[in-house]
Design a protein around this ligand. Structure first.
Ligand SMILES: Nc1ncnc2c1ncn2[C@@H]1O[C@H](COP(=O)(O)OP(=O)(O)OP(=O)(O)O)[C@@H](O)[C@H]1O
Length: 122
């Protein structure tokens, strides 16, 4: 059992084939956003569920990026809010990936800034 499976037993471990098929091999048409160290792609799973796949940029010069990814997995995995996308799982094949349900509101930051300060307290 991997460290991730041990600490996040409720998260699904996706195969690379699964997320690659869902995003049409990470086609540029499916690119919906860029973060500080990642790219986010929209995808559709076989069962029709729409997902957002956050792909950690391949940058071997910065070991902190992998640490950040694992931290996000740990923190977001426990956050539940109407305006946040739910973390469904991860993939650790051919890179590092976080899989969220696709949210029209984007991510937590977009939701908070988009809806004003009161969103922080509701
Ligand atoms: N679950 C989601 N559904 C739809 N769009 C999303 C989702 N998650 C992220 N995005 C889009 O991707 C963009 C970048 O993602 P995000 O903001 O999570 O990266 P970041 O946290 O700013 O940067 P990083 O995590 O790489 O440091 C967002 O602004 C949003 O447009």
């Amino acid at each position: 059992m991997s460290k991730i499976e041990k600490h996040q037993p409720l998260l699904k471990c996706f195969s690379y084939e699964n997320i690659s098929n869902a995003t049409n091999e990470f086609h540029q048409d499916n690119l919906v956003g860029r973060g500080g160290y990642s790219e986010v792609y929209k995808g559709v799973l076989c069962d029709g569920e729409t997902i957002a796949v956050k792909r950690l940029a391949k940058d071997n010069n910065d070991p902190n990026k992998e640490k950040e990814f694992l931290m996000e997995l740990g923190v977001i995995g426990h956050v539940c809010h109407a305006n946040t996308a739910t973390l469904l799982g991860y993939c650790i094949e051919n890179g590092l990936y976080l899989i969220f349900n696709y949210s029209q509101n984007g991510n937590l930051s977009t939701a908070l800034h988009g809806y004003g300060e009161e969103a922080l307290y509701t």
